[in-house]
Design a binder for this molecule. Structure first.
Ligand SMILES: CC(C)(COP(=O)(O)OP(=O)(O)OC[C@H]1O[C@@H](n2cnc3c(N)ncnc32)[C@H](O)[C@@H]1OP(=O)(O)O)[C@@H](O)C(=O)NCCC(=O)NCCS
Length: 203
């Protein structure tokens, strides 16, 4: 978390306001961003289709390509259901919500193969970039991963995606290797955090 960011628990009135809202901020954390704006961050609930659809709607075509590696105009029901499969153990997602309850970012992991490894991914709405949302979401999703025994994240991203390489490599010692002509694979050791580091070594 950046030095200019701070958190506080949601107020009782915010809890009351959110009752019954499918994109409830209940149990969330109000997070002050580096530009003075704020969001509420909380883990997504299982089957929170509305929150995921709201997030997808805020992503430009280029952002969707960077996240999914294909040109998606709409989110199909199968992908939506897949993204909403969350069990807080093998599949976790943390979301950021604006004041109007739109979802402005989601970071997630899915445990894969060996027990100690999970694939991580993140995307932030275009209008909310550069305020630290991705870094703050990833720090939370990594903390939850460590709690359930995940020691290593892997991530696939476009080789030219300096922003995500920078923000992911803050989570721990990172190595980058080619995956194909367009994509690289990052391996991030969650046991060796280095908050000051914003670089990764390429193999
Ligand atoms: C990558 C992404 C998640 C970053 O979101 P964000 O909320 O703007 O990120 P943050 O504000 O936390 O900034 C992360 C860091 O990247 C840096 N950064 C931002 N854009 C950058 C760029 N074009 N080149 C290099 N660094 C960049 C920021 O300066 C920041 O570093 P800093 O804290 O030292 O200033 C966002 O751009 C996005 O959603 N991209 C499309 C989806 C995607 O690429 N997902 C990856 C698949 S896993």
């Amino acid at each position: 978390m950046g030095p200019r960011s701070e958190t506080r628990r949601t107020s009782a009135s915010a809890f009351a306001e959110s009752a019954g809202d499918p994109r409830s901020t209940l149990g969330g954390e109000v997070v002050l961003l580096r530009d003075g704006s704020s969001v509420v961050m909380r883990p997504l609930a299982a089957d929170d289709h509305a929150a995921i659809a709201s997030w997808f709607a805020g992503l430009s075509a280029e952002t969707r390509y960077a996240r999914f590696f294909c040109w998606l105009e709409q989110i199909d029901p199968r992908t939506l259901s897949e993204l909403a499969r969350i069990d807080h153990l093998n599949r976790e997602a943390v979301a950021a919500f604006a004041d109007d309850r739109t979802t402005v970012g989601i970071a997630r992991y899915i445990r894969i193969g060996e027990l100690g490894t999970a694939e991580v991914a993140v995307a932030v709405a275009d209008d909310w970039r550069g305020r630290g949302v991705a870094g703050l979401l990833l720090a939370r999703v990594a903390a939850r991963a460590r709690e359930v025994g995940i020691e290593r994240f892997i991530a696939l991203c476009l080789a030219t995606n300096d922003a995500v390489i920078r923000v992911l490599s803050r989570l721990g010692k990172t190595t980058i290797s080619p995956y194909d002509d367009e994509i690289v694979e990052l391996q991030i050791d969650l046991g060796r955090t280095d908050p000051g580091a914003a670089h990764a070594s390429r193999e």
